[in-house]
Design a protein around this ligand. Structure first.
Ligand code: HEC
Length: 394
């Protein structure tokens, strides 16, 4: 006990006197955490606990070091040659800094300015014009695998409005992993989940966009016109946490003045086929040649357990390729909301190409033990694979 106290006192003393080349919390670690972790590990966010100050981070330093070195946090493995999309990976330098910080006693450096505490989680968007809530009070299942549940919300419009942005605030942030939003048009009285969120893939015509923790809210430069009587369908992906948590949420929406310009979704991929069992990676691809200058804002990939990597590429007529986004280590339980902060201008004649790597080799991957070794079908069945990528053009 005495020895432990002495060690602590020693560490505190060291914390007060750091030299310039030392790795310290205030100078090196706080900015990394703010950029890479706070989108989810802020108070009231999806992460398991807040990481908002020295004490909270120091207390969990060895666990944090473990997840950082193993690459399991942040859970979103996205990279771009063009435009970063979200927090993303830690760079090798950042990992080294973290490693070094823990090794040298997690110094705070008290003579550098204390980082401002992050603002607690609020709407990611400007104050919404309307906030919609489901009427039904339900709980997230306590046990089991992640599952989706559908809610239909009525914005009660009396005149047409242009839906330009939305954001989601879950009551139990820790239990909500993702949400898709789509429009249910007036008069579609036998609307059923299967129409929009079909098992063989989302219906691009109805699609508004996706939301996920750690990503900016959905927005568009053009928007989608809602008519009086139209409603919004929200399919929420829940992650059971071991307790029954309230499943409620608020959908915040922002309207722009009604306009004839519309978001357009283009669906690439295919409905059928099989993934032969075998060694190694099999890549499926599809592409669209742009018949005019267009602005690509984001995309929604639909694939499942056998997918490993998703890529969206811009290919010039010369054949030069740029990776607009690469999702490494695809994980169905961590599907992001893939939108760039600004839309990417692409010239007429360029191709947008989507590629998904699948692995049906029966090897375990990403901690999941795959069942050997049958052909995998693409199709509408629960066990079937999917190959769809919906591109959002502004
Ligand atoms: C996209 C959201 C998101 C981001 C970004 C994120 N986390 Fe997490 N983190 C979570 C969630 C959600 C959990 C709860 C674990 C789970 O359900 O998988 C978690 C769990 C953890 C855990 C506990 C792991 C365990 O095994 O108990 C640690 C440690 C952690 N995060 C550290 C970090 C660090 C450090 C960063 C930044 C480098 C980070 N996280 C970035 C969402 C995120």
């Amino acid at each position: 006990m005495t020895r432990w106290l002495l060690l602590c006192a020693g560490a505190a003393l060291l914390g007060a006197s750091t030299s310039d080349d030392e790795v310290t919390y205030r100078e090196h670690i706080a900015p990394i955490i703010a950029r890479r972790c706070l989108p989810c590990h802020n108070v009231g966010e999806a992460g398991a606990f807040p990481l908002t100050n020295y004490t909270e981070i120091r207390r969990r330093a060895s666990l944090i070091r473990w997840v950082v070195m193993a690459g399991s946090m942040p859970p979103t493995k996205v990279e771009s040659d063009v435009h970063p999309m979200t927090a993303g990976y830690l760079s090798d330098e950042e990992k080294v800094l973290f490693q070094e910080w823990v090794r040298t006693g997690m110094k705070e450096r008290v003579n550098a300015p204390r980082p401002a505490p992050p603002a607690p989680m609020a709407w990611r968007m400007e104050t919404p014009d309307a906030r919609l809530k489901p009427r039904e009070k339900v709980d997230v299942a306590a046990e089991g695998t992640p599952y989706r549940r559908l809610f239909v919300l009525d914005p009660e419009l009396t005149e047409p409005k242009q839906l330009a942005a939305f954001d989601v605030r879950p009551e139990s942030p820790f239990a909500v992993r993702q949400a898709w939003v789509a429009v249910v048009r007036k008069g579609d009285d036998d609307f059923a989940e299967t129409q929009i969120f079909r098992r063989e893939g989302l219906d691009s015509k109805a699609l508004v966009g996706a939301w996920a923790p750690g990503y900016p809210h959905w927005q568009s430069e053009t928007g989608i016109t809602l008519q009086p009587g139209d409603r919004l369908a929200v399919a929420v992906l829940y992650q059971p946490t071991g307790r029954a948590e309230p499943a409620g949420f608020e959908l915040g929406v922002r309207y722009a003045s009604a306009d004839t310009k519309q978001v357009s979704w283009v669906r690439l991929g295919r409905a059928e086929g099989t993934l032969a069992p075998g060694d190694g990676v099999q890549t499926l691809h599809d592409e669209i040649v742009l018949d005019r200058d267009r602005r690509l804002r984001g995309f929604i990939p639909e694939c499942r357990e056998f997918a490993r990597q998703v890529r969206v590429l811009a290919v010039e007529p010369s054949g030069k390729r740029q990776t607009l986004l690469r999702i490494n280590a695809w994980d169905v339980n961590w599907i992001g909301a893939y939108q760039w902060p600004e839309s990417i201008p692409l010239a007429k004649g360029m191709r947008v190409r989507v590629e998904i790597d699948y692995d049906n080799s029966g090897h375990s991957a990403g901690g999941r033990e795959l069942l050997p070794i049958d052909p995998v079908k693409f199709g509408p069945g629960m066990k079937d694979e999917l190959f769809w990528v919906h591109l959002q053009f502004d």
